[in-house]
Ligand binder design. Structure first.
Ligand SMILES: [Zn+2]
Length: 168
């Protein structure tokens, strides 16, 4: 048996990201709809979060805007100790309270593409000049270590793959 405890709405702005000292997202303007369903022993929280965030471009580090539209589910159970296990959060029964701030942040952060850059040619030109010099030196060093002798003709797909691995 479930019972609807509809609905909560939140607006997130730059202060939200500032207050939690968000590691990746600098600014944003988002709206959150939260539907809560009650079942025996807990709650099911369904979030719909949409809007815009501002993140640093992977290439030139200037601000860039990204659209966010994500739905997420969180199951909250009442128990004795707090625990956070994938999609099930256990909240001490006497507290009966869950702080969703960090969950909201994670939903937003996880919805972003792993790589995000300006369109070609729209990066900060000054920064690109500096970066290009810097990257040439760096890549040579890296390639010598990880790729052996064939570093000059590395298939570009390799770079994407390595970037994926590096990000994990
Ligand atoms: Zn850029």
């Amino acid at each position: 048996m479930t019972q609807d405890l509809c609905c909560y709405e939140y607006d997130l702005d730059d202060n939200f990201f500032k207050n939690i000292d968000a590691p990746e997202i600098r600014k944003g303007k988002l709206h959150v709809r939260l539907d809560v369903k009650k079942f025996t022993g807990g709650f099911i929280l369904n979030f719909h979060t949409f809007g815009q965030v501002v993140v640093p471009c992977d290439r030139c580090l200037d601000d860039m805007s990204l659209a966010v539209d994500t739905t997420n589910m969180l199951k909250v159970k009442l128990g004795t100790d707090y625990s956070d296990n994938e999609e099930v959060v256990t909240v001490p029964e006497e507290e009966g309270y869950i702080d969703i701030t960090w969950f909201l942040y994670e939903f937003i952060a996880l919805s972003l593409p792993m790589q995000h850059t300006h369109e070609d040619g729209e990066c900060n030109p000054e920064m690109m000049k500096v970066l290009n010099q810097h990257l040439c030196v760096e890549e040579e060093g890296e390639d010598m270590q990880s790729m052996g002798e064939e570093q000059k003709d590395v298939d570009p797909r390799w770079n994407d793959l390595r970037k994926l691995i590096d990000n994990n």
